[in-house]
Design a protein around this ligand. Structure first.
Ligand code: AGP
Length: 342
């Protein structure tokens, strides 16, 4: 087992660091090569016989659980913007509980790292029986979801062993960005937060999913309570929790939401909130001139790609918190890599 972990102590840590490679592998298979091997377009060969039907869909539904659901949520704005087709998000179990409406004119896209998750698989059967075009995005060739869908895309992110899904998340969002890892800073931050009971994470727009995914990672492996919150909801309840002790991460990297996030920071500071602001490199002083906040600075990329950059230091935070708190990183309590029961 140690050989497979290489120089890393845990699979989760290894898989976080593998992301530049796993993302490259994900992208490589999907590009059309022009002269000098330069990419001149996107192929998505697995979809070619169904693209016309997809483009004519009345609606696209993304269906998944946990991290896979978050990856789809992160990608939703760009899909909506580029396709002009309304996009609906469905947590697989919730869709099944409600027996939510699905029509022949819908394209249902099932996102699953393992391709074997029972809720997602059952939602696939349900969508198929309602006549929707079913597309799979999985990381496992030959999995039940890969076999059961009409067409699909293989992530090719490489085998993911740690129960906490990490590299699959960024490959699921499926874009190319090289990462500036912030490991030392995140270890220091984790040391500071290791004895806390709870953590709030505020995000919005492209980084709403990042806030949810950060909170899920922290809960799942470090067993610390964490809550991801869409920042627009802050005044509708969560603000009551704010005091000088509760740590709060505010994701405020540069994009169309920046002004609103600055105002969130002001309101939290006015209540003496204990803030950790994730901001674009060079913005720290301008975000908090009085020096009362801690910062996680990340490089600026295209808005729709920023969630890929932003989640990496937060994954590392979850990882280091877990190690400091003495819990099992790769086999978190009560969890399995693939949930095959409902
Ligand atoms: C995330 O770290 C979890 N292990 C969990 O939420 C997972 O993403 C979920 O069970 C879905 O799994 P899948 O992608 O294999 O379908």
């Amino acid at each position: 087992e140690q050989i497979r972990k290489g120089n890393f102590e845990h699979f989760m840590e290894k898989e976080i660091h593998e992301q530049p490679d796993s993302l490259t592998m994900t992208m490589r298979g999907q590009l059309i090569r022009g002269g000098e091997q330069k990419a001149k377009g996107i192929l998505l060969g697995g979809l070619k016989d169904h693209l016309k039907t997809m483009r004519r869909s009345r609606r696209i539904l993304f269906i998944g659980c946990g991290t896979s659901y978050h990856a789809a949520l992160a990608a939703r704005p760009v899909v909506e913007e580029l396709s002009g087709i309304p996009v609906t998000m469905e947590i697989a179990s919730d869709l099944l509980d409600r027996q939510g409406p699905i029509y022949r004119e819908d394209t249902a896209i099932f996102v699953s790292q393992s391709g074997e998750t029972a809720d997602t698989l059952q939602a696939l059967e349900y969508a198929k029986s309602n006549g929707a075009l079913c597309v799979g995005i999985t990381n496992t060739v030959g999995s039940a979801i890969a076999r059961g869908t009409h067409c699909g895309i293989h992530l090719n992110a490489g085998c993911e062993i740690g129960v906490a899904s990490t590299k699959a998340y960024t490959s699921q969002i499926a874009v190319i960005v090289m990462l500036a890892l912030l490991d030392k800073d995140m270890k220091e931050l984790a040391a500071l937060l290791m004895d806390e009971q709870s953590l709030l994470v505020f995000g919005r727009g492209y980084n709403y999913a990042t806030a949810l995914e950060c909170a899920l990672k922290v809960k799942e492996v470090s067993l610390m309570h964490a809550e991801g919150i869409v920042a627009g909801e802050m005044k509708h309840g969560p603000l009551a929790l704010v005091d000088e002790t509760l740590p709060i991460i505010v994701i405020a990297t540069r994009d169309a939401s920046l002004n609103k996030q600055q105002s969130v920071i002001q309101q939290l500071k006015a209540r003496k909130g204990r803030l950790i602001v994730m901001c674009t490199e060079g913005d720290a002083e301008f975000m908090c001139p009085d020096g009362t906040c801690r910062f996680i600075e990340v490089p600026k990329v295209q808005d729709c790609l920023q969630p890929i950059i932003n989640i990496v230091p937060l994954q590392l935070l979850a990882y280091h918190l877990t190690v400091f708190r003495g819990f099992n990183v790769d086999q978190p309590r009560n969890l399995a890599k693939c949930v095959t029961t409902q």
